[in-house]
Design a protein around this ligand. Structure first.
Ligand SMILES: [Zn+2]
Length: 494
C-alpha cells in the first residue's frame, strides 16, 4: 500500500511539473481576440472594394510612379483629393499652410471618424517592378516605405465607408486627412499645431509592412534641428591663427555629444550628419552645418536631452569663438497606443484575413530575398498574434504620434514586402506598385472600413477607446513641439 502511495505521489508530482511547463509555454503577453462578425454593412463595404479594385489599383500604381518626396507630393495629393471629391467628399486643399495637405469630409454629426493617408516617397530609391535592383532612373525617388499603398488604401476605406453610410442612412462624419511629408516627420506635426485634427472621436491609420498584425507598441519622441556655425576663414597653413573654424565647432559639438551619451538614460538616441563642413582642407571653413535627431522614450525626456545638447552647442561656440544659429525642423511625441480600438481592428483583420498571394507572387518575393542573400521565405501568409508590447528601446519616431495625443488612434500592418527585407529599400519599391502592393492595399482598406463601420455603429466602442486614451494621457494635454511661428518647409510645384 505504501509503495502504491509513493507511486501515486510521484505521478502527481510529474503531472504537476507537466502542467506547470504547459502553462509556462503560454505567452503571458498574448491577448485573445475573436474574429469580428461579417455583418451586412461590412459585406457591402467589402463588395464595393472588390468591385472597385481595378480603379483603386490604378491609383496605387500612379502614386507609385509619381514617387514624389516630402512636400513635393503635388500630383499624388491631387489624385487622391480629386478622387474623393468625385466620390462625394467635400475637400479642403492646402490645410495648415501646406499645399500638399488636404482634408476630405463626408457626412455630419457624431461620431467623427478620422482616417490618415500618406503619400510621400524617399529619395534615391527608384526601382522598376522587378525582383533585382534596377532603378527606373538612377538616383530618383521611389516608394521605399509603401506610402503609395498607404494613401490609396486609406482613401479606399473612406469611400467604402461613405458608400455604406449613404445607402444605410447612417449618421456620423468621415474625415480623410491627406498628410504630406511623413518621411521628414513634418506633415502631421504642423497639421496638429494648426488644429486640423481637432474634434475627432477617434482615428484609424495603418502602415504597409512585411507582416500582418496590429501593434500596441509606442514610438520615440523626437526633436530634429539643424545647427549652423559661423566663423572666420584664413589660409589653413599661412595664417590659421586669424581663422575661427566653424567645422571645429561642429566637431567639438559632436565630441561633447558623444561624452554626453554616458550620462543620458539608456532610452536616449542621438544621431547626426554633417551637411556642410567646408570646401577644401587648406581653407579654414567659416561656415559649417549639421543636422541632429534627439530621441527619447517620451516627450519630457526628449525635451530634457535636447536642452543638454543645446548647452553643448553653446559650449562649442565659446571654445571656437564662433557664433551659431539653430533651425528647429520638427518634433514629435511618443505614440499612445489604444487597446480597445486596436482589438476591434485586430478582430477585423482576423475576419478579412491576410492578403492571398499567388505562387507567382511568392516566387517573385523569394527572388528578391535570394538577391539580398536572406532566407527565401516569401511573403507572410499568417497574421501575427495580438500581444502586449515588450519594453523596447531605441525605436523610430512617427508624426502619427501627434494624432494619437489628440484622439484615440488605431494601428494596422499589412504585408506587402518580403519577410526580412530592410525598411526604406528598393525591395519595397519593387513590390508596392504591382499586384502584391494592390493586394495589401485592398486588404488594409477592408480591415479599416470594417473597423470604421464598428466605430460608427457601436458608440460603446468609442466610449471605451476614449476612456483608455484619457488614462494613457495621464492628465497631460497636447502641446505642439513646434515653435508657434515656425512655418512648414513648403516646396514650390516643379
Ligand atoms: Zn512610412
Amino acid at each position: 500500500m505504501k509503495k502504491f502511495f509513493t507511486l501515486f505521489l510521484s505521478l502527481l508530482f510529474l503531472f504537476s511539473i507537466f502542467a506547470y511547463s504547459e502553462k509556462a509555454k503560454e505567452d503571458p503577453l498574448l491577448l485573445k481576440v475573436k474574429p469580428a462578425e461579417l455583418t451586412p454593412l461590412k459585406k457591402e463595404a467589402f463588395s464595393w472594394l472588390d468591385t472597385n479594385m481595378a480603379e483603386l489599383a490604378k491609383i496605387n500604381e500612379k502614386i507609385w510612379s509619381y514617387a514624389e518626396v516630402a512636400m513635393e507630393e503635388y500630383e499624388s495629393a491631387e489624385l487622391l483629393a480629386s478622387y474623393l471629391e468625385k466620390k462625394g467628399f467635400k475637400v479642403t486643399r492646402g490645410v495648415a499652410s501646406m499645399p500638399t495637405a488636404f482634408v476630405a469630409v463626408y457626412g455630419s454629426g457624431e461620431p467623427v471618424i478620422g482616417i490618415l493617408a500618406e503619400y510621400d516617397a524617399l529619395p534615391g530609391l527608384s526601382q522598376k517592378p522587378v525582383p533585382s535592383k534596377q532603378p527606373v532612373e538612377e538616383g530618383k525617388p521611389g516608394h521605399g516605405c509603401g506610402h503609395n499603398i498607404f494613401g490609396t488604401a486609406s482613401t479606399a476605406a473612406a469611400v467604402a465607408m461613405k458608400e455604406v453610410m449613404e445607402k444605410q442612412k447612417l449618421s456620423g462624419t468621415i474625415k480623410l486627412f491627406g498628410c504630406p511629408a511623413e518621411e521628414t516627420v513634418v506633415g502631421k506635426v504642423f497639421m496638429a499645431r494648426d488644429g486640423v485634427f481637432d474634434g475627432l472621436s477617434c482615428c484609424i491609420q495603418w502602415h504597409p509592412s512585411s507582416v500582418n498584425g496590429v501593434s500596441l507598441g509606442s514610438s520615440n519622441a523626437l526633436n530634429q534641428f539643424e545647427v549652423e556655425f559661423f566663423g572666420k576663414t584664413a589660409h589653413a597653413a599661412g595664417d590659421p591663427w586669424r581663422a575661427r573654424s566653424a567645422l571645429d565647432a561642429i566637431e567639438l559639438t559632436n565630441i561633447g555629444l558623444n561624452y554626453l551619451r554616458e550620462h543620458l538614460k539608456p532610452t536616449a538616441r542621438i544621431h547626426y550628419v554633417i551637411l556642410d563642413g567646408g570646401g577644401a582642407p587648406n581653407v579654414v571653413p567659416d561656415y559649417a552645418r549639421a543636422w541632429y535627431y534627439v530621441r527619447d522614450i517620451n516627450r519630457e525626456s526628449a525635451e530634457k536631452d535636447y536642452e543638454r545638447v543645446l548647452k553643448i552647442i553653446e559650449g562649442a561656440a565659446k571654445m571656437t569663438e564662433t557664433i551659431y544659429k539653430i533651425r528647429f525642423i520638427s518634433g514629435v511625441h511618443e505614440m499612445l497606443s489604444n487597446r480597445p480600438g486596436n482589438e476591434i481592428v485586430y478582430s477585423n483583420l482576423l475576419l478579412v484575413g491576410p492578403p492571398q498571394f499567388t505562387e507567382e507572387e511568392q516566387a517573385y518575393a523569394k527572388e528578391i530575398q535570394k538577391n539580398l542573400g536572406i532566407e527565401e521565405k516569401g511573403l507572410k501568409k499568417e497574421i501575427e498574434p495580438f500581444k502586449l508590447p515588450q519594453r523596447s528601446w531605441g525605436g523610430g519616431s512617427t508624426d502619427v504620434a501627434e494624432v494619437s495625443w489628440l484622439t484615440p488612434t488605431t494601428s494596422l500592418g499589412v504585408a506587402f514586402k518580403p519577410e526580412g527585407t530592410p525598411g526604406h529599400h528598393w525591395a519595397a519599391v519593387a513590390c508596392g506598385g504591382m499586384s502584391i502592393g494592390h493586394k495589401a492595399m485592398i486588404t488594409a482598406a477592408k480591415v479599416m472600413a470594417a473597423s470604421g463601420i464598428d466605430f460608427l455603429t457601436n458608440p460603446g466602442i468609442i466610449k471605451k477607446m476614449r476612456a483608455e486614451w484619457m488614462e494613457r494621457k495621464e492628465g497631460k494635454e497636447y502641446k505642439s513641439p513646434l515653435p508657434v511661428d515656425l512655418e512648414p518647409p513648403v516646396k514650390p510645384k516643379k
